[in-house]
Design a protein around this ligand. Structure first.
Ligand SMILES: Cc1cc2nc3c(=O)[nH]c(=O)nc-3n(C[C@H](O)[C@H](O)[C@H](O)COP(=O)(O)O)c2cc1C
Ligand SMILES: CC(C)CC(=O)C(=O)O
Length: 382
């Protein structure tokens, strides 16, 4: 893929401190393995909001995935269905809510951003409901986009177009150019009225979001959504116990502990660092999903041992999608499935449902969360 797209996917906000913190946090935990346990059969299955998952990994919402492969969101949703897991469609997708629903029988959630124009927001929710999405996932950490300096430097705009600064990049990636131009025209139908754009118009994603996204969204809007959406409600982007408690008070069915893959507020701790305080605050009253920096099956096992029910992945499946379309995404899920399976085998824990903090040794260092983490680990270990 062209460099400007790779940078959009791989990059984070400001100095990308939080991007790196996400990975580091997994390294801060090590395993406490048990031996002489019968691990001849293993069970990776679980449920999320009542839906069965063959493995505790779901595909998170990512905007513009359809720029990585033609009909990218449809391909990813089909891959999730084949691997018996959930696909979360972003509001900012290239394929529309209806296209993905028609093509993919997967368990699908719809991720919502709240527009200043509440009629647009209401219509997105109603379309998702009519198209049979099973849960509504409200992302709460994007009142506006983080400062993605790679995108600024690259002059990244949507729909992508040749400019003096990216023409060489495009020429060096003619395979991508051919794939995209041969495929049906990208629609951006959820969020951009491409018919209203003249051929030469294009918008920077940051400029677009700051015009459209509502910075005045509060907990009252969670109540408003409750009235519009009859199914399970998920809040994505929670990083403190205070917000997690509040989410539970508002009756949300699930929380995604997430710093948006380090793309929003730079300086947040790693997602795994904040998981214990949230698990403690929620006390089992909502299901917890974790994302940010999940790259190995062992990362998933650590998150589950600390109390998450499943993990979401973002960039890993996007790279599978860019490299190999639907089968690339399936391969990413298969690699994670095999790695989780082998980790359970060697850890002496045959079922993901059996994982708890007694399988982990916590961070010993003095970094900020460690006291809370130790307390939560002690509590989880019973
Ligand atoms: C290219 C890209 C686009 C994203 N778009 C969205 C989005 O539209 N909505 C959303 O809630 N999160 C979005 N995210 C955040 C992901 O859902 C997820 O929180 C994050 O990617 C997890 O970190 P990981 O990439 O390290 O797995 C996006 C992430 C990436 C990499
Ligand atoms: C198109 C963007 C607003 C999607 C997003 O949330 C992100 O890039 O992190």
């Amino acid at each position: 893929m062209p460099r400007f797209l790779f940078d959009f996917v791989e990059g984070g906000a400001d100095d990308e401190v939080t991007v790196h913190a996400n990975r580091r946090a997994f390294g801060d935990y090590s395993f406490r393995a048990r031996t002489l346990v019968d691990v001849s059969t293993r069970d990776l299955s679980t449920t999320l909001l009542g839906q069965p998952l063959a493995l505790p990994v779901i595909l998170g919402p990512v905007g513009l995935a359809g720029l990585l492969a033609p009909r990218g969101e449809v391909l990813a949703a089909e891959a999730a269905a084949r691997k018996e897991t959930v696909f979360v469609l972003s509001t900012m997708s290239v394929c529309t809510i209806e296209e993905v629903a028609a093509a993919a029988p997967a368990s699908r959630w719809f991720q919502l951003y709240i527009w200043k124009d509440r009629e647009v927001t209401r219509s997105l929710v109603e379309r998702a409901r009519a198209a049979g999405y099973s849960a509504l996932c409200l992302t709460v950490d994007v009142p506006d986009m983080g400062n993605r300096e790679r995108d600024v430097r690259n002059g990244f705009v949507v729909p992508p177009r040749p400019t003096p600064s990216n023409v060489l990049d495009l020429l060096l990636h003619l395979g991508w150019v051919m794939r995209m131009t041969r495929s049906p025209r990208a629609t951006f139908g959820n969020f951009l009225d491409t018919k209203a754009l003249s051929r030469r118009d294009a918008v920077s994603v940051a400029g677009y979001t700051s015009r459209q996204f509502d910075q005045s969204v509060t907990w009252a809007d969670v109540e408003w959504l409750r009235g519009l959406w009859p199914g399970p409600l998920v809040l994505k982007g929670i990083t403190t116990a205070e917000d997690a408690r509040r989410a539970v008070q508002h009756g949300v069915e699930a929380i995604v502990v997430s710093n948006h893959g380090g793309r929003q507020l730079d300086g947040l701790p790693g997602a795994l660092d904040v998981l214990p305080e949230i698990v403690e605050a929620v006390e089992g009253r909502a299901e917890i999903v974790l994302d940010g920096g999940v790259r190995r099956g062992s990362d998933v096992v650590k998150a589950l041992a600390l109390g998450a029910r499943a993990c979401m992945i973002g960039r890993p499946f996007l790279y599978g999608l860019a490299a190999g379309g639907q089968s690339g995404v399936e391969l990413v899920l298969e690699l994670l499935r095999k790695e989780i399976d082998r980790t359970l085998l060697l850890l002496g824990c045959p079922r993901v449902a059996q994982l708890d903090a007694s399988y982990l040794r916590g961070p010993e260092g003095a970094h900020a969360g460690s006291e809370i983490q130790r307390a939560a680990l002690k509590r989880l270990a019973g």
